[in-house]
Ligand binder design. Sequence first.
Ligand code: XMP
Length: 321
Amino acid sequence: METTEIPLEKLNPTQFIEKQTQHIKKQVGDHKAINALSGGVDSSTVTLLGHKALNSQLTTYLIDNGIMRQNEPQHITNLFKKIGVPVQLIDARAEFMKALKGVTDPEEKREAITQTFYRDIFSQLIKKSKAKYLLQGTIYTDIEETLAGVKRQHNVLEQLGINTQETYGYKIIEPLIQLRKPAVRKIAETLGLPQEIYDRPPFPGPALAARIIGEVTAEKIDTIRKATFIVEETLENTNAFQYMAILHEDKVTGIRGGKRDYGNQIEIRCWDSLDAKTGTPTQLPHEILFKLADRITTEVKGVVSVTYNITCKPPSTIEAV
Ligand code: XMP
């Protein structure tokens, strides 16, 4: 597979869709394939491309890893059913919690998630469905940062020299590998996906685990899920590239009802960016920032401090983990 970038201005969406559909058909032949849908623009685009090419030869799964956002697994499954794509919801919450237990280092956390997806869950689904191929939505930016050693993106394997056939028992097809996010959005729109999907801010494969500093526990997931909901609801009309809440490991002293309250800190990040390669914090009005702090400290149990990150990428990265 070619890994030269196709820049947005050189992209012909109709031709790209036709070429990739033919390529997928040719590679899969008479065999079966599976793919995992998360509801993000990349995996949604691959799901539609895959179904266009393979119809019933492709089975789409949504893996509930327990670290997705509020109501996300159900909402995405229903949305795709409405547009005619059947999705099988897989409950893998226990497997991911087990793999994440006791893991604090960011790269080890990413590795635990990668292995649970590819070695445990996908291998089982490949056996169950008798498929030979996994279609996935790796994009150009994912491999770029992984190869530069900045961050191991959860879905980068073959570019790191991992032979997935030998290691996991299946081959991977990556139709979007030459595109960056704006180009993927164009393909998603051309394929007829709803705006809710093609305009969705990026969300990382390691999901809410990428938003928790230190060990991922059920209680921390609950905290970050609630804070994420508030941040997304408040900032969705800002036109920012991406926005998020991050739960810190260190606690700080707060005061509630005149008494000491030693509690959690939430950091908010909101990015202006074209393709996540570089980024600048959005100049949000103080009014919005105060509203966020007020809602998070009122509605999310145990949070006594909310901060706004004012660092550019580089030297920051978009996600904290
Ligand atoms: P960073 O944090 O590296 O993020 O500046 C760049 C963009 O990539 C997203 N991201 C990921 N996406 N798997 C993904 O699918 C990952 O492991 C991953 N890590 C970061 C991040 O949200 C941002 O848009």
